[in-house]
Design a protein around this ligand. Structure first.
Ligand code: NI
Length: 255
C-alpha cells in the first residue's frame, strides 16, 4: 500500500472523470490521500471531498504563500475561524514563494510564522511549500527556535546538505514527488543519501506529473511511479519503500 501525502483531489481538473481517477488510485495500491488547503476559494470543495471519502481523503487547512496578497488578513482570519470546525490532519499548505511574487514577502513570512505557531499549539504537522526562498525560510526557523513543531517539506528539491540543516531545526519529513523522475533531477542525489525514515511520497496532483506522463495531468495513482523511482535510486525492493513511506506518512499525519 502507498500514500499520496500531497493531493489536490478536490481540484476541478478531476471532475470530468473522477470515478476513473479514484479507481486507478485504488488499483495502484493507494490507501490514503492527504489534501492540503490553499485558500478560501477551495475550502468548500476540499471539505466536501473529505466528507465523501472518509478514511481515504484527509483534509488540511492553511493559507498558501501564493494566496498571500492584499487580502491576506481576511484569508488568515478565515483559517483561524475554521480551525475548530472539524478534525484537520495538518496545517498546510503554508510557506514562502518568491518565484511567484516578491510583492508580499513580509506578509508571507508573518502568515507562515502565525500558522506554524497555530499548528504547534494544536499538535498538528505543517505542510511547507518553499520556492526560491530558502534563506528566508531558515530565518523563519531561527525566529521560531523554541517552538516545537513537526511537518513535511513538500515537493522537496533541495540538496542533501540542506536536508541535514533542516533537520537541526524541526522534525521534518521530506515529500518526494514527480520531480525525482525528471532527467538530471538534482534531488535524486539527495534521495540516494537521505534516510528512508525521512521520506514520504506525494504527487501534488494535478501538477508536477512524473515521467512518462510529464506534461499531462497528474493524478494520485502516479504516486506509484514515485515509489518505483525511489526504490530504483536506493536499490531497494518496491515493497520496502512502499511500506516505509506509508508508515512515515501515517505517523506524521496520524492517519
Ligand atoms: Ni500543493
Amino acid at each position: 500500500m502507498i500514500v499520496d501525502t500531497h493531493c489536490h483531489l478536490y481540484d476541478e481538473a478531476f471532475r470530468p472523470d473522477f470515478d476513473d481517477v479514484l479507481t486507478r488510485a485504488r488499483e495502484a495500491g493507494l490507501e490514503a490521500c492527504v489534501m492540503p488547503g490553499i485558500d478560501r476559494s477551495c475550502h468548500e470543495s476540499l471539505v466536501a471531498m473529505a466528507d465523501a471519502l472518509p478514511g481515504f481523503a484527509f483534509p488540511c487547512i492553511g493559507l498558501h504563500p501564493t494566496s498571500v496578497s492584499e487580502t491576506w488578513e481576511e484569508e488568515l482570519a478565515f483559517v483561524k475561524e475554521h480551525f475548530a470546525d472539524r478534525r484537520w490532519y495538518a496545517v498546510g499548505e503554508i510557506g514562502l514563494d518568491k518565484y511567484w511574487s516578491k510583492d508580499f514577502v513580509k506578509e508571507q513570512i508573518r502568515v507562515l510564522e502565525e500558522q506554524i505557531v497555530l499548528a504547534a499549539e494544536a499538535g498538528l504537522p505543517v505542510i511547507i511549500h518553499l520556492r526560491e526562498a530558502t534563506d528566508d525560510f531558515f530565518r523563519v526557523l531561527e525566529d521560531l527556535r523554541g517552538v516545537d513543531f513537526r511537518g513535511v517539506m513538500h515537493a522537496y528539491s533541495g540538496s542533501y546538505e540542506t536536508y541535514r540543516r533542516l533537520l537541526t531545526y524541526a522534525d521534518f519529513r521530506f515529500g518526494i514527488g514527480g520531480v525525482v523522475t525528471y532527467k538530471n533531477a538534482g534531488v535524486a542525489l539527495a534521495v540516494e543519501k537521505m534516510s528512508l525514515d525521512d521520506i514520504v511520497t506525494e504527487t501534488d496532483c494535478p501538477w508536477l506529473t512524473p515521467v512518462p506522463f510529464r506534461g499531462k495531468r497528474n493524478e494520485p495513482s502516479y504516486v506509484r511511479l514515485v515509489v518505483e523511482k525511489i526504490a530504483q535510486i536506493k536499490q531497494l525492493p518496491y515493497e520496502d519503500v512502499a511500506a516505509s513511506t506509508t508508515r512515515n506518512a501515517r505517523r506524521l499525519f496520524n492517519l
